[in-house]
Ligand binder design. Structure first.
Ligand SMILES: Cc1cc2nc3c(=O)[nH]c(=O)nc-3n(C[C@H](O)[C@H](O)[C@H](O)COP(=O)(O)OP(=O)(O)OC[C@H]3O[C@@H](n4cnc5c(N)ncnc54)[C@H](O)[C@@H]3O)c2cc1C
Length: 388
């Protein structure tokens, strides 16, 4: 067992950090408050080889590991927290499921645009009546000749105001085995996109409506029975969410530490007050322990897709700790920390959302408890026994 980065990983981390310092540090505050997807950053990152890190070189990727992509999130977020979203989009989001399961024709059509940062993909999984209970989704796909006809609605899809291509979870038939996914392009007749709403973080999302929306049968990503595969791929997305939570918590921690070294009250720098020293010690313990869980899940995942259990443990820890640390950093920086003139309050708002997105911490804890007891706990109401 080795707790250090390899020489290659150290070099990669330094290169990404240098790139982020030179190109992303300036303008980090403005970027955080801009709801639009930063396509300029995506195009810069594409040139730097930071999109498609884990995809094979033959498909326009870098042939790297999931751990490399985690390192990229950490190094980018340390200079510009918002730009870490671009690393997420280009490596962990729906693009990863697409790259894993897409047909050669689908990849030929969309992958180059995605990996060059010219376009972005959005994931439509959640529905008004199917949030945590995602398998209750109703959006249907019905075969009609050489087409599928899609009907239904999706909510809360990140990047939906700007995305050109949408990965939509659909139901081909009743039951878990009837769930799969399709690719739908913006502008397809029968596909309408509502007006943007804002999350607490400032990010925007739109309702997606499908009414008699016909897509070519070749746009099916995973047919009936594809749900389990999709969720295995979705664990990669969860790790990106996990890595950003921790990275933004660490950003806030560093900002608060720098502040505590220079801000004086009662004729002393804040760092000399024991009440604050212990806060920093607690934060350091939390950040370091969560980081080990994240690295374990990402490193083991390099032998395949990440384990559901290790991902659940890492995401729960990093989501909670990222938010707790960012919130404590706001407290330590007083009114300045609470102000939009620093990025600390932004880190607090962003990390709060990841406790809900991509599998809420309650749902992940259900998964962890199943591992603890080595039993499956069905969350659904038990059917009453038929009367004799
Ligand atoms: C920032 C952000 C980005 C998102 N991006 C996307 C996206 O790109 N695409 C997409 O499809 N969706 C996206 N979502 C939606 C997200 O997937 C859902 O919010 C999530 O699945 C929870 O569903 P819900 O909000 O309907 O809450 P509900 O499922 O209604 O849950 C409400 C509360 O009850 C808890 N709860 C529910 N069931 C249980 C249970 N069995 N045991 C214990 N507690 C339970 C939940 O944890 C939660 O606290 C995003 C959400 C956020 C906040």
């Amino acid at each position: 067992m080795n707790f250090d980065f390899t020489e290659e990983q150290k070099l990669f981390a330094e290169q990404v950090r240098r790139f982020a310092r030179e190109h992303l540090a300036e303008g980090a505050l403005e970027r955080a408050h801009d709801p639009r997807f930063p396509f300029d950053v995506a195009q810069l990152m594409a040139k730097q080889g930071l999109l498609g890190i884990t995809l094979p070189p033959g498909e326009g990727g870098q042939g790297g590991t999931l751990m490399d992509a985690v390192i990229a999130i950490e190094q980018v977020a340390a200079e510009c927290p918002r730009s870490a979203d671009v690393v997420q989009f280009g490596n962990f989001g729906p693009i990863r499921v697409f790259a894993e399961y897409g047909t050669p024709a689908q990849k030929q059509r969309w992958l180059a645009d995605l990996l060059s940062g010219r376009t972005v993909m959005s994931l439509g999984m959640t529905e008004p009546d199917a949030g945590s209970a995602v398998t209750d989704l109703k959006t249907s796909a019905r075969l009609d000749g050489a087409h599928y006809v899609i009907d239904g609605s999706k909510v809360f899809s990140t990047f939906s105001p700007e995305a050109q291509i949408f990965l939509i979870y659909v139901r081909f038939a009743p039951g878990l085995g009837g769930i799969g996914s399709v690719l739908v392009e913006r502008g397809t007749p029968g596909f309408s996109i509502g007006k943007p709403s804002a999350f607490m973080s400032g990010e925007e999302w739109c309702e997606l409506h499908f009414a008699d929306c016909r897509i070519p049968a070749g746009n099916v990503l995973l047919g009936p029975g594809g749900f389990k595969k999709q969720m295995a791929g979705f664990n990669v997305e969860r790790l990106g969410n996990t890595a950003r939570s921790l990275a933004l918590g660490r950003y806030a921690f560093n900002a608060a530490r720098d502040y505590a070294l220079t801000r004086e009250q009662f004729d002393r720098p804040l760092c000399e007050f024991q009440g604050l020293q212990w806060k920093f010690a607690d934060m350091a313990v939390k950040l370091e322990s969560a980081q080990l869980l994240l690295y374990r899940a990402a490193t083991n995942a390099d032998r395949g897709l990440p384990s559901a259990y290790e991902t659940a443990i890492a995401k729960t820890a990093c989501n909670q700790i990222g938010f707790e640390v960012a919130s404590e950093a706001v407290q330590i920086m007083g009114a300045l920390g609470y102000s939009r003139d620093t990025l600390v309050e932004y880190c607090m708002r962003r990390t709060r959302g990841w406790m809900i997105a991509g599998g809420s911490i309650e749902i992940l804890k259900n998964r962890i408890a199943e591992h603890v007891f080595d039993r499956r706990f069905d969350q659904r109401k038990r059917q009453a026994a038929p009367a004799e």
